[in-house]
Ligand binder design. Structure first.
Ligand code: GAP
Length: 514
């Protein structure tokens, strides 16, 4: 199936099965804002718990906080967001449509990459098993021509971004003959900077309202609480502070479903360290975070690092963990070595001393910071994209199944009486009453057993328990496994143990450290 079709199917699956709805749908929606439905919220809660437990249970020197979304506006001046949290925008004069200049260029580069990949795929088909991809890419004249073009544009682009050279960005768009997808014309305006923060007023105008911002990242809530946590928790460096919560960005190019939203959720951890140790800690957190992703079992080959060439003003090293989405490898998490930039800035703007006295070194300093920052919604999307499968069955039908990691699945087990009589529903209720305290269970008695299995497959339920006419006599049920569709007859009193082994968060967490 073409990746584009697969993505469309995924988006409609999310809606049809209660994972994600467009926001304010009955009013025709609100751009790049989404609501999570009954299964979506369970999956999201489970991902959040997986992240939270991995941070705060597996690292005894990482603690959590929950800071407010509204914060003093000077925080955003100090952090650099008021002056530098911008996207370069360009308008097409004919269509009156606005675009991100960097995205137009990135898309152009992606098209060249596509051409290289297509040439390679064609050659692979032609040569079959004897095909040597590396040799083909380094010798084929057409591929080399595309590659040279890509390299030239890419190096100009990276330099223009680094220098914040807006004129050069426009020039690249003109030189590459990039056209507006709506009007098809090259009638572009100048490139301008556009700040991504939403603002609102706090207090009544009569009192003198204060212009405040909706936080564009949760990290600043951690920085401004550094001393509070360090002192009250008697924390010793190195230590980390973790936080999950909503962030808001007035994204201009808001596409690709929940990949780029205007309201989204982040899970961030700032790890405070001694200056000079940052590159070592950066490497360690890079590895730890990749293990966290891979433990979900979507396939190791679906992840890769992307080291940044253009570093943010506060960073001395940065990398993304990318996941292979249906629209290519995309950033899901950023790991940044943020130096002492944020704490120093808050010290400067607040006038309060923000330092740590290191008893081992017998001196005070401003700690350095390694940040791990993952978008919960992007992780959710990676899980759905990585687990959505359409499988042809022996009877000629197709089943759609979400092969989600069992510990994260919204519903852990479905209890299904074969018929709606003969005491089977009552037996089902007994089993649910026994298991409901530990696992999210669902009862379903409607339609054939096959249809009921399909419904559970579609929401990723790892286990279906079927009660039949023998159950009241032998106290056994049939357990059906989602991924293999195998069935096994087991004693009711073994159910708890069998299910716990696979669905507990502990099983997933252990995979990170094993
Ligand atoms: N505190 C650092 C920071 O915010 P970032 O790379 O801008 O860094 C971190 O964002 C993560 O937040 C990204 O890797 C992504 O997963 C998520 N994210 C950022 N913007 C987003 C958006 N508009 N919609 C959904 N997720 C977003």
């Amino acid at each position: 199936m073409a990746q584009e079709d697969m993505f469309k199917k995924l988006v409609s699956h999310c809606k049809e099965y209660g994972f994600v709805f467009p926001s304010s749908e009955i009013y025709d929606g609100l751009g790049a804002v989404y609501d999570y439905g009954q299964y979506g919220v369970e999956l999201k809660n489970n991902i959040r718990k997986y992240w939270w437990d991995s941070m705060t249970l597996l690292h005894e020197n990482v603690v959590g906080i929950d800071s407010a979304i509204f914060m003093h506006p000077t925080i955003w001046k100090a952090s650099g967001h008021v002056d530098a949290f911008n996207d370069p925008l360009i308008d097409n004069r004919d269509s009156k449509k606005r675009y991100r200049a960097d995205v137009l260029i990135e898309e152009h580069l992606a098209k060249i990459e596509d051409k290289i990949n297509k040439e390679t795929e064609k050659a692979a088909k032609r040569f079959g098993e004897s095909f040597d991809e590396a040799q083909f890419r380094s010798t084929n004249a057409r591929v080399l021509e595309y590659q040279a073009k890509w390299d030239e544009i890419h190096s100009r682009f990276a330099k223009a971004l680094n220098d914040s050279n807006l004129e050069e960005l426009r020039q690249i768009i003109l030189d590459c003959e990039i056209v507006c997808p709506i009007s098809g014309s090259r009638n572009w305006t100048e490139v301008r900077q556009f700040n991504l923060m939403f603002s609102t007023d706090m207090g009544s105008t009569a009192d003198g309202a204060l212009k405040i911002y909706l936080r564009p990242e949760t990290a600043q809530g951690i920085f401004v609480n550094f001393l509070n946590v360090q002192k009250t928790g008697r924390m010793k460096i190195p230590f980390g502070i973790a936080q999950t919560g909503k962030a808001f960005r007035n994204e201009i190019v808001a596409r690709q479903f929940i990949f780029r939203m205007r309201e989204f959720e982040q899970m961030e951890m700032q790890f405070f360290i001694r200056p000079g140790e940052e590159l070592d800690w950066f490497k360690r957190w890079k590895e730890t975070r990749l293990r966290w992703h891979k433990a979900m079992g979507l396939g190791d080959h679906k992840y890769r690092y992307h080291d940044h060439e253009k570093l943010a003003h506060y960073a001395n090293a940065a990398t993304d963990i990318e996941f292979e989405m249906p629209f290519g490898f995309k950033e899901v998490e950023g790991i940044h070595s943020r130096t002492d930039f944020d704490l120093s800035q808050h010290e400067k703007y607040s006038g309060k001393k923000i330092q740590y006295f290191d008893p081992e070194l017998n001196k005070s300093y401003t700690p350095y910071v390694i940040e791990t920052s993952i978008g919960l919604d992007r992780c959710f999307l990676s899980l759905l994209a990585g687990s959505y499968v359409e499988e042809a069955l022996d009877n000629g039908e197709t089943r759609v199944v979400l092969k989600l990691p069992a510990a994260l699945a919204p519903v852990k087990l479905a209890v299904l009486p074969l018929v709606r009589k003969d005491g089977l529903p009552e037996k089902a209720e007994e089993i649910i009453n026994m298991l409901r305290f530990d696992f999210r269970c669902q009862y379903d008695e409607k339609d054939s057993i096959g249809k009921r299995y399909r419904r559970q497959d579609a929401i990723g339920t790892p286990y279906c328990i079927t009660i039949d006419h023998d159950t009241p006599n032998d106290n056994c049920v049939t357990i059906r496994f989602r991924d293999t569709m195998e069935q096994e007859r087991v004693a009711i009193d073994k159910l708890h143990e069998i299910i716990t082994e696979k669905v507990s968060m502990k099983t997933l967490l252990k995979k990170i450290i094993d």
